[in-house]
Design a protein around this ligand. Sequence first.
Ligand SMILES: [Zn+2]
Ligand SMILES: [Zn+2]
Length: 364
Amino acid sequence: MEIKAAVTYEKSAPFKIEQIEIDDPRDNEVLVRIVGSGICHTDLAAREQMIPYPLPGVLGHEGSGIVEKVGKNVKRLKPGDHVAMSWDCCHQCKACRSGMDPYCEVWLPTNFAGLRSDGSTSFKKDGKVIHGAFFCQSAFATHALTNETSAVKVREDVPLEMLAPLGCGVQTGVGAVFNSLKPNPGDSIAVFGCGTVGMSAILGAVIKGCTTIVAIDLVPERLELAKELGATHVINAKDTDPVQAIMDITKTGINFALECVGNPNILNQAVNSLGILGVCGQVGAVAPGTPVTLNMDQVMNGRTVKGIIEGDSVPEIFIPILIELYMQGKLPFDRLIKYYDFDDINKAVEDMEKGIVIKPVLKP
Ligand SMILES: [Zn+2]
Ligand SMILES: [Zn+2]
């Protein structure tokens, strides 16, 4: 079948919208007509080849849409179902069997190889291979092939395009707080970087009853929004040292810090702002081999630094919870979204990079 997709041909190249061919679903796959497709920094990191992904290929890993066709072994989904797509894992290794799916032994090849697990590709153009299967979806397109296991069925009384960023950004931020840091009511948390992940972490911290929520960023408009979403304090790191400012606010250091940028200096600041027994989570993606300098004495005093992938979430369980919280008015993640026509993908990326928009969602 012919579809329209935003193809990345080479490192740093703008997205090129083209007609390409997509396969029919294999036995375990579903074909989804995409209605919303969020843009995440990981797409851009892959385009820059900071994260290895074979090109030419189709990126995009926050797709929501309607199931059009299902393979013959698909049991949970049928045509017409509304789904939010996420990543996939093997569902068999020790991490997967213990509910820590993002730490699956084959998570990287499953989501970044650009191929199905049997080595085949789902896209072609003029007989040539276009890589797909980015996070098991490649959602910068009008249609995506995904495994049954990475398409989460969602309720149908919510605007479907709005659910796109649940598959990565929102799930990562809220999940980092709910599933990984697990603050108690009254605890304090500092969020370094107020993109989708950071803002979602702030929303999660409000739900968890954190009474000191510090947002750190460089863009005044983002800090303003962070305040509206529940941050009790905001720090512009352009003109203020965040570690000193956090010490002034908390006196003894913060209970939890979350690094959402992927910058060694910021991880250093996040760890230095912790109080005794404090925990720092790192969710910002970095290139493999990125070194960081930490004060070992600071860490030794009962502090913890932990990496967090996708908010330690199991999408099939967590995405419906996020939707319920939204419906109850507790998780207004729609405030982060700005919609763009699919053809305006390069403009959407530009606006995101400038910090004008937090979560661009394309409407293919
Ligand atoms: Zn696994
Ligand atoms: Zn992402």
